[in-house]
Design a protein around this ligand. Sequence first.
Ligand code: ACO
Length: 325
Amino acid sequence: MTVTRSVVLGCGSYLPERILTNAELAAKVDTSDEWIVQRTGIKQRHIAAEGEFTSHLAIKAAQAALDDAGIDAQSIDLIVLATSTPDNTFPATAVAVQAALGIHHGAAFDLQAVCSGFVFAVATADNFLRGGSFKRALVIGAETFSRILDWNDRGTCVLFGDGAGAIVLEAQQGWGTSVDHGVLTTHLRSDGRHKSKLYVDGGPSSTGTVGHLRMEGREVFKHAVGMITGVIIDAFEASGTTPKDIDWFVPHQANKRIIDASAHKLHLAPEKVVLTVDRHGNTSAASIPLALDTAVKDGRIKKGNLVLLEAMGGGFTWGSALVRW
Ligand code: ACO
């Protein structure tokens, strides 16, 4: 054993009870189930209840991940929570999770990379664990995008939903090869020249308000497949793996057309792609851990499987992570 790896001990997720269907949206704005399904693959999304905050979703997902791992919250010494919809401007939503779990040691902080947040959070936790600063990390993606949507803008309000997912990572020793369990590679990218293509038109320092999500959908779509496939090719090259080695492709769930095009370009078979966008919509940083938990709980992802994660979102930010479960 020569290297430290961040090995997945368990995962969990939580979705708010309320389901909002395309038909309900069509009664509020000028859209249709047919348009939404054809352009995005989304059929429904979950919406947080009044008084239900991002932290509440995150705490439930985190507790489920701890239960799945069969470990006590007290053994967690790092919490990295990816969100663009924190409970408050500060303190970090991660400390609300930490307090609710009764953890008074270690560190907890939020990370903001919009839809790429979970991949950025996995990479961050992985680096801390491999560097020896912490031993066990909770990595969470949690969002209440329903709170920053302009519900009169049919171009955006049909796309997003609320939810949370989490994984537990532990520092373990590996051999330094691609047969190791745990996070094998992470690749992160940003290009701020695109910052106005997908943004929120408010904030504490600019308007003093929370603001609403604004997006040039076609521009996002135009860049998405190239950026996603580029950073996945980086993961293959760094790990000495090929698309044939991938057991499960768990992409950020923004749009079925983006996912299909990326998988096709990479020669990843459709039956290896985990899709939840139809039921969850785009839950931003929560979408990957929600999809992971879905595929673990229904028996698709098994111990030893090679799982490829990718995301792209506002900034633009994008990234990939290759994980042996
Ligand atoms: N219902 C009906 N019509 C609509 C709707 C709607 N909900 N929204 C837009 N339209 C109309 C437009 O007004 C336009 O009408 P017009 O031709 O009369 O002007 C027409 O549909 C086409 O609009 P486009 O925006 O060009 O439609 P497009 O085919 O590009 O689909 C979409 C829009 C689904 C947003 C697409 O661009 C997309 O998926 N982009 C990627 C965005 C994304 O996934 N963002 C998520 C965050 S980033 C990430 O996570 C990767």
